[in-house]
Ligand binder design. Structure first.
Ligand code: ADP
Ligand code: ZN
Length: 611
């Protein structure tokens, strides 16, 4: 084939950097990419944990282009393989995939091209590799490099353990000489050691990139009217792609219905839907045919769509690791994206209920710790990014400048007096009552329960009648989330004072309420260059170019982001190139894409400029 013979020349003529520029259209490597590529080219094994969007693919695609022979990529994400291969082909890399979705005919066509050496990059699913004699068969194909994506699936300590991944432990036996590189976006130290041990990596070149996702804005709001909060957030981000996570299938359905009613293009995704519906919905989302997917955590691993602009959690996730993964699906293209978590103390009670039902004491303890960590993330007055990074044992500055705590969206108000009113009502009723009754007392409600128990006689009765129920509920939630008050699951969630609550009650410690205004976050100072190139882009032109992209994507039957990322389109709408050489200067435009797409985009830009 012509393409591959052209590439044979390229591989002798070009260095990794020039391939990056020519083929991928990027100016320079991201942190760690070059070092990993060089290690592989030197014949070394490698382990890399890099966050989502960090640019792992290039770390095996460039070696695949440089090395003479076949590079194998193992990926568990069968549904994504076609898109990954399409993306590689768009970039001009002769790639193919082999998995159970291929017909025997197509598979045999690929094998014949493989034997002829026409393919440089082959994606294979682990279950295919597990077939008897399959690895040995690969031996006939001049395999020069093995890359393992989502390598945390190998470890039982990870959150996505897949037993079928263990077949990879045999790769070293069959291919003792060639480099093996493992890639993951999530690996604690323990998982990392596991991966290296199971694959028997030999003195691998190791990279642990920072987990900091600078482009993600983290924000937590108190959950009140959750459906309305979600729809109003999305309406503020109209025409953008996003994911809404809900814990239960029922809430997924309810939320989807509400969004659709509000005029938002949304589809549901959960394990209760037929496989075919799930696939269709994911596909619609992937292809920008709908803006929003409302999903349980069944939706997710390896979503490759690069232009996800927001992730909303309508319920408290079970762990920080989960939250990091789920929010991490936004902003893969490096453009600023928003992560909103809606939190109420009631979510902790729901989670606790499930945890109580667990049998294994160790699991139970782990789940409890995870929940507490998550609850504290949502409620303490500490930079969200700092909390996330510290969870991954990474040091962080106190003020990131790009989360709700740090952008001054939040105002601390001294709420000691109101807090004392609640705490006093709790104490005077002997810590035996739950949130609703306590609020009724403070507000001076006339309920049957109050009359029956004689609670209208206690001193705190009606001391807060000047403020709304919602206000008092907010105070109680705040007291709970700041751990001044605990809800005791042993006695029907009766409110009880913690030592901190006593300090507040007796005025020995102030109590601050976190108040938020609804200002939209600004890009923090010092981070401007992150968005500078595409910052002043023309939104009208951007929309026009998006249309061109959508049309091309439909015609070629690939997801739009495979053609150009949002980031590339933004830069195009800022730089407004009118000829080939200017077009090539846009980040993300390489020679193959110039050739294929220049004729579609350039005339549109010229027309826009009135040429
Ligand atoms: P990961 O697999 O680590 O989540 P990807 O490999 O999908 O990340 O890369 C994320 C995005 O960043 C892609 O759009 C990719 O083309 C882009 N990218 C990768 N490396 C670079 C680079 N050196 N410069 C600019 N963009 C890059
Ligand atoms: Zn911050």
């Amino acid at each position: 084939m012509q393409k591959s013979s052209k590439l044979c020349n390229i591989q002798q003529m070009f260095t990794p950097l020039s391939l990056l520029q020519k083929q991928f259209g990027y100016d320079s490597f991201r942190p760690n990419q070059e070092e990993i590529i060089q290690a592989v080219l030197d014949g070394k094994d490698a382990f890399a944990s890099m966050p989502t969007g960090g640019g792992k693919s290039i770390c095996y695609q460039i070696p695949a282009l440089c090395l003479k022979g076949l590079t194998i990529v193992i990926s568990p994400l069968i549904a994504l393989m076609k898109d990954q291969v399409d993306a590689a082909l768009e970039t001009g890399i002769p790639a193919a995939f082999i998995n159970s979705t291929l017909s025997a005919e197509k598979a045999s066509a690929i094998y014949s091209r493989l034997y002829k050496g026409e393919i440089k990059l082959l994606y294979i699913s682990p279950e295919r590799l597990a077939l008897e004699g399959y690895l040995e068969k690969l031996k006939e194909m001049n395999v020069v490099f093995f890359a393992i994506d989502e390598a945390h699936c190998l470890s039982e300590w990870g959150h996505d353990f897949r037993p079928d991944y263990l077949v990879l432990s045999r790769v070293r036996d069959v291919f003792p000489e060639i480099p093996i590189a493992a890639f993951t976006a999530t690996a604690t130290q323990k998982v990392q050691e596991d991966i290296i041990r199971i694959l028997r990596l030999h003195e691998p070149f190791q990279v642990r990139a920072s987990f900091n996702r600078k482009e993600l804005f983290y924000r937590v709001d108190r959950k009140e009217k959750v459906l309305r909060q979600i729809s109003s957030f999305i309406l503020d981000h109209s025409d953008q792609a996003g994911i809404v996570y809900r814990t239960s299938r029922k809430d997924v359905e309810k939320t989807t219905a509400h969004l659709v009613q509000s005029g938002i293009k949304a589809l549901p995704y959960h394990a209760g839907l037929p496989q075919s519906t799930r696939e269709e919905n994911q596909e619609m989302f992937n292809r920008d045919e709908v803006d929003v997917i409302v999903a349980t955590i069944a939706f997710g691993m390896g979503i490759d769509k690069s232009n996800i602009r927001f992730v909303v959690h309508g319920d408290l996730p079970k762990s920080m690791e989960g939250y990091y993964q789920e929010t991490g699906r936004a902003g893969r293209d490096g453009l600023e994206s928003h992560c909103l978590l809606l939190y109420s103390a009631g979510d902790m009670i729901k989670l606790q209920y499930f945890i109580d039902k667990m049998d294994n004491p160790e699991e139970k303890e782990r789940a409890r710790r995870n929940m507490q960590k998550m609850g504290s993330y949502a409620s303490v007055n500490v930079c969200r990014r700092k909390q996330i990074l510290e969870y991954f044992d990474e040091p962080a500055a106190d003020n990131c400048g790009f989360c709700d705590i740090c952008t001054g969206e939040i105002e601390k108000v001294n709420g000691s007096v109101d807090a004392q009113k609640i705490l006093s009502a709790v104490i005077r009723t002997e810590e035996r009552f739950g949130l609703t009754h306590i609020i009724d007392i403070v507000q001076g409600a006339d309920t049957e329960k109050i009359r029956r128990l004689g609670h209208e006689k206690i001193k705190t009765y009606a001391v807060g009648k000047d403020k709304s129920k919602k206000w008092w509920r907010g105070i109680v939630e705040e007291l709970i989330s700041q751990k001044a008050v605990i809800q005791d699951p042993e006695s029907y969630n009766a409110l009880k004072l913690s030592p901190k609550g006593r300090e507040v009650l007796f005025g020995r410690e102030p109590f601050f309420i976190i108040k938020k205004d609804d200002k939209l976050p600004k890009v923090p100072t010092g981070e401007e260059d992150l968005f500078a190139k595409s910052g002043n882009y023309n939104t009208d032109l951007f929309d026009l170019l998006k249309e061109v992209r959508t049309k091309l994507a439909r015609k070629k039957n690939v997801p739009p982001y495979v053609i150009f990322s949002d980031k590339t389109l933004r830069e195009m709408s800022a730089l407004k190139p009118v000829d080939n050489s200017a077009f090539l200067r846009v980040s993300g435009v390489g020679e193959t894409k110039l050739e294929q797409y220049g004729p579609f985009f350039l005339p549109k830009i010229r027309e826009f400029l009135g040429y």
